[in-house]
Design a binder for this molecule. Structure first.
Ligand code: ADP
Length: 643
């Protein structure tokens, strides 16, 4: 018999270290995690047995808890699908969730008070056992194999695996419990009443019986605590949970705590949900849905493959699959819950789901319900919506990508920063209500942050003339704004793109003056264009600027430099878009430049001045100078002359 020793993946080592020196005050949840895993494994075996009856167990599916007083141990067994040798390594030796490294780095920096929240967001599952045990043994046999394996670890850097006999398919996790705090009987997990209480609290609704095998000789202190135990010597297994599918019970009969624990069970999130949606679909397709909006985004929400444990699909109380992606669009991937459909074929495969008419109908229903719930939160509990928006706003905005005509509903619930407020966020409807008379466009500015968008020179004329501008700074914003032309009949217009004409009702005299400026500055503009022709497509006079001398703008369909950079970072080849340099004809610099040009159109400094103006315009919008050293040298030369 060979025993292999394996090193844990570095991330797991770090996580185990955190668990052993537990940051988390509520240690009881280790049991909830083990029971959830056991229940998932049973669901998987039951589902596989639908198509291969050889995989079904002989008896009933069940989860067994077996406390032992001396030595102090707790075993949690299931007759679920089990794990193969390779699955043991994969599942209990590594963490395959992308972004784990970054998450752990963040956790390291976090203060002691915020760390438990972060851990909760991550949900450490099986590893939570190391909060209460200093040795964990997993004896498991996969349904497809004749014998099993034993995995053992003491929570330090490594674990061992060896072949082991197990008469039945399934998994037993045995914990060698750390010494209980004598002051705190509640944390003695060998006590029947403690276990009974934890199961009731966290796992009552689990669909499979959770049974306890009561030790033959109960500890003496136990009999005082729990006289109802009737003192029998050889008690058979006792079922601790009611097993009632929570979504089939009337809402009025289920407590908030029960819903919260159910949410944690299915989502593996350790935080309470922000909102719950109970909905019944009636008509040709019938289904019951119990969905939750989480209060915290999982750390890997923005990693592509993140979509685990979204909505679980059941049919007539029988589990079909977890993470049924077809039930909700990607931008609602943070929604968790259960859908129980009356007649979806039991062995429906993932491939067939997309074409399934009932699933499509249920999806439309769920999208409507989730959107309505978000709308309600926004209009009735703005504070709660703001919190949710901070977590899931960028994710929701992904729903606006593409050219879908159903965007209007989603546009109604997006929030944006605006020049109207310093810190608050506004809805598009509120923006429209505040629009100036005759204004038919929704103006917006893009930037890497609210502050940088707000300080862009593009906004100068808008500010001066009292037009409100929305400020967008999420990566996804530019993309959805490019494919979204209107909301409530008003066109979206970037303040940094195209020609701006806020002067429609200006006096005729102003227009004439402008024409004069254009005529007299024409040759200077052309001269600057020639000097900057590698970077600039055109030089023109600006109607946007009132304070700055120059700014850079694009044509309506152009990509912004930030977007170009983002695509390049993603490995795409993007040709450089030449932009337009706009000059402020009323600015002293432009007036003086004209003077230099009038004296000598071929003056060498004109090239220097043009490059500095261009660099300044780049800096003002928060951009990067292509050659900072060259810019600095030019500036020094100009300063020397000026001084
Ligand atoms: P999570 O449950 O969040 O995926 P865990 O660390 O709790 O993370 O478990 C990791 C994986 O190990 C599970 O996804 C599952 O594949 C496997 N696993 C854990 N416990 C069991 C069990 N009792 N039976 C079968 N597989 C299990």
């Amino acid at each position: 018999m060979t025993t292999e020793t394996h090193e844990f993946q570095t991330e797991v080592k770090q996580l185990l270290h955190l668990m052993v020196h537990s940051l988390y005050s509520n240690k009881d949840i280790f049991l909830r995690e083990l029971i959830s895993n056991a229940s998932d494994a049973i669901d998987r075996r039951r589902f596989s047995a639908l198509t291969d009856t050889a995989l079904a167990p002989e008896g009933e599916f069940r989860i067994l808890l077996e406390p032992v007083h001396d030595p102090r141990q707790l075993a949690v067994s299931d007759n679920g699908i089990g794990m193969t040798h390779d699955e043991l390594i994969e599942n209990l030796g590594t963490i395959a969730r992308s972004g784990t490294k970054d998450f752990l780095a963040k956790l390291k920096e976090a203060s002691a008070s915020s760390a438990p929240g972060l851990i909760g967001q991550f949900g450490v599952g099986f590893y939570a056992s190391f909060m209460v045990a200093d040795r964990v043994e997993v004896l498991t046999r996969h349904a497809s194999e004749p014998s099993g394996h034993r995995w053992v670890s003491t929570g330090d850097g490594s674990y061992t695996i060896e072949p082991a006999e197990r008469s039945e398919v399934g998994t037993t996790v045995t914990l060698w419990l750390k010494d209980a705090d004598p002051e705190d009987a509640l944390q003695d997990y060998t006590q029947e009443w403690v276990l009974r209480d934890i199961v009731k609290r966290y796992s009552d609704f689990v669909a499979h019986p959770i049974q306890m095998i009561v030790p033959k000789a109960p500890a003496s202190e136990d009999s005082e605590e729990e006289p109802a135990d009737k003192g029998a010597e050889n008690k058979g297994p006792e079922t601790l949970n009611s097993m009632k599918a929570i979504w089939t019970r009337p809402e009025s009969e289920v407590t908030d705590d029960e819903y919260k624990e159910f949410y944690k069970h299915i989502s593996h999130d350790w935080n309470d949900p922000a909102e719950r949606i109970c909905a019944r679909m009636e008509g040709t397709v019938e289904a019951q849905a119990l969905l939750f909006l989480p209060s915290k985004a999982p750390f890997d929400l923005h990693h592509r493959e993140m979509a685990r444990r979204g909505v679980h699909l059941y049919t007539k109380r029988v589990f079909i699959m977890d993470d049924c992606k077809e039930l909700l669009p990607d931008h609602f991937r943070f929604v968790k819950g259960v859908v129980d459909a009356e007649d979806v074929t039991l062995n429906v495969s993932r491939e067939l789901l997309q074409q399934n008419r009932q699933i499509r109908a249920i999806r439309n229903f769920l999208v409507k319900k989730v959107t309505e719930s978000l709308q309600r939160l926004l209009s009735e509990r703005r504070e709660a919506y703001l919190k949710l928006w901070a977590e899931f706003g960028p994710c929701l905005k992904e729903g606006l990508l593409g050219f879908d005509d159903k965007k209007e509903r989603l546009l109604g619930i997006i929030l944006a920063a605006s020049t109207h407020h310093d810190t608050e966020l506004t809805t598009l409807d509120e923006y429209i209500e505040r629009m100036k008379e005759g204004q038919d466009k929704i103006y917006y500015a893009l930037g890497s942050s609210r502050v940088s968008a707000a300080s862009s020179p593009h906004l100068e004329a808008f500010r001066e003339k009292g037009y409100e501008v929305l400020l967008f700074s999420d990566q996804v914003d530019e993309v959805w704004l490019q494919t979204t032309s209107t909301y409530q009949g008003k066109t979206f217009q970037a303040v940094g793109k195209g020609e701006v004409d806020l002067d429609q009702d200006d006096e005729k005299d102003d227009k004439e003056e402008r024409q004069k400026q254009e005529d007299s500055l024409k040759d200077l503009l052309n001269c600057i264009r020639v000097h900057l022709q590698d970077d600039i497509r055109e030089v023109r006079l600006s109607k946007r600027l009132t304070k700055s001398p120059a700014c850079l703008v694009g044509e309506a369909g152009d990509m912004s430099p930030q977007m170009e950079d983002m695509l390049r970072q993603m490995g795409q080849e993007v040709p450089k878009t030449k932009r337009i340099l706009e000059l402020n004809p009323k600015h002293e610099i432009v007036e003086k430049l004209q003077g230099v040009f009038d004296r000598d159109p071929a003056a060498a400094e004109l090239s220097q001045f043009a490059r500095v103006l261009y660099g300044q315009a780049l800096l003002a919008e928060g951009g990067q100078l292509p050659e900072p050293a060259e810019f600095s040298r030019l500036l020094s030369e100009i300063l020397v002359k000026a001084l």
